[in-house]
Design a binder for this molecule. Structure first.
Ligand code: SAM
Length: 284
C-alpha cells in the first residue's frame, strides 16, 4: 500500500523532488493532516454511485481518498506543473480525470455529460482567493451538483451559513439558502496546511433541496433586490434601494408590507425578499 500523500513528509518530499514550492498566486495551501482529509471525505458521504468534482487537487492528498470511496473523481487543476505529479501520485487508480483548466472558465456541464452519474457532489479544499466566484458559478450554472463540501476561510464559511441579523449574513448566504441548506461541519486550524495561511478554516456542507423551495415571481429581480440591499451594510434598506428606485415608492412598499422605515437588508429573510420583489412585480 503506497504512503498517503497528505502528510508533511510526503508533501515536502514531492515538492522538493520536483523542485517546486507552493504557489501563492494559485492559493496553494496543501493539507498535511490525514485525519482532516478523511473527515472531509466522510462528511461528503460519497460512495461508488457518486461522481465527485474536485477543484484544485494540488498534489492529490484529498483526491486519493476520494478515488478510494467515490465512483469517479473529476478534478480541475489550473497549475500545469502539478498534472504529471498528480497522474504519478494517483497511478493506482483508474476512476479519475484531471482537467488542466481554470475552473472559472470551463463548461462543467459539458464535462459531466461524458459520465453517467446521477449523484454529483463537489468536494474541495478551495483556493481562497476565488472561493465566492467558484461557489456562485457552480450554484448558478451546474444544477446537477446535489451537495457541496468545501474547505474555506472560517469567516467566509460562517458568512455563507449565516442567519438573518448576524454579522455573518450576506447576499451570498441568501443565494445559497435559495438552493439548499448550509452548515459548518468542522473547524480546521491553520497549522493543518503547508504553508500555513494567516487564517483558520472551516468545512461547509451545502445540501441542495430535492425540490425547489422558493418561487419568486421574477427570479432576476429577486436577486437584484438582494444585491442592492447589501451594497452598503450599514445603510437602511430604504437608502440602499433608493439608489435605484424612487424613494417614495420604496417607503410605500415598506409601509404596505409592515416593515419599519429604518429596517436594514440584513434583518430580512429570504421570504421577506420574495415578498418585496413580488410586490415590485405587481406594481410594475
Ligand atoms: N487539494 C489540495 C489539498 O487539499 O492539499 C490543494 C488545495 S489548494 C488550497 C488549492 C488548489 O487549487 C491548488 O492546487 C491550486 O493550484 C488550485 N487552483 C487555484 N486556482 C484554480 C482555478 N482557477 N482552477 C482550478 N484550480 C485552481
Amino acid at each position: 500500500m503506497p504512503g498517503k500523500i497528505g502528510t508533511e513528509t510526503e508533501i515536502n518530499r514531492i515538492l522538493k523532488s520536483n523542485k517546486l514550492s507552493a504557489k501563492k498566486k494559485f492559493g496553494q495551501n496543501f493539507l498535511k493532516d490525514e485525519s482532516i482529509l478523511s473527515k472531509i471525505r466522510d462528511i461528503s458521504e460519497c460512495d461508488k454511485d457518486t461522481l465527485v468534482i474536485e477543484i484544485g487537487p494540488g498534489l492529490g492528498g484529498l483526491t486519493e481518498l476520494l478515488c478510494e470511496k467515490a465512483g469517479f473523481v473529476l478534478a480541475y487543476e489550473i497549475d500545469n506543473d502539478l498534472i504529471e505529479i498528480l497522474n504519478n501520485n494517483l497511478s493506482r487508480f483508474n476512476n479519475y480525470e484531471i482537467i488542466n483548466k481554470d475552473i472559472l472558465t470551463v463548461d462543467v456541464n459539458k464535462d459531466l455529460d461524458k459520465y453517467n452519474y446521477n449523484k454529483i457532489y463537489l468536494v474541495a479544499n478551495l483556493p481562497y482567493y476565488i472561493t465566492t466566484p467558484i461557489i456562485t458559478k457552480l450554484l448558478t450554472e451546474v444544477e446537477r451538483i446535489k451537495r457541496y463540501v468545501v474547505l474555506l476561510q472560517k469567516e467566509v464559511a460562517h458568512r455563507l451559513a449565516g442567519k438573518p441579523s448576524t454579522k455573518d449574513y450576506g447576499a451570498i448566504t441568501l443565494a445559497i439558502e435559495y438552493r439548499g441548506s448550509a452548515k459548518v461541519m468542522l473547524e480546521v486550524n491553520r497549522n493543518a496546511f503547508i504553508p500555513a495561511p494567516n487564517v483558520d478554516s472551516s468545512v461547509l456542507r451545502i445540501d441542495i433541496y430535492d425540490e425547489r423551495k422558493y418561487y419568486p415571481k421574477d427570479e432576476k429581480l429577486f436577486f437584484e433586490l438582494i444585491r442592492l440591499a447589501f451594497t452598503q451594510r450599514r445603510k437602511t434598506l430604504l437608502n440602499n434601494l433608493g439608489d435605484k428606485y424612487p424613494k417614495e415608492f420604496i417607503a410605500k412598499m415598506l409601509e404596505d408590507n409592515n416593515y419599519k422605515p429604518s429596517i436594514r437588508g440584513e434583518e430580512l429573510s429570504i421570504d421577506d425578499y420574495i415578498k418585496l420583489s413580488d410586490y415590485i412585480v405587481d406594481k410594475r
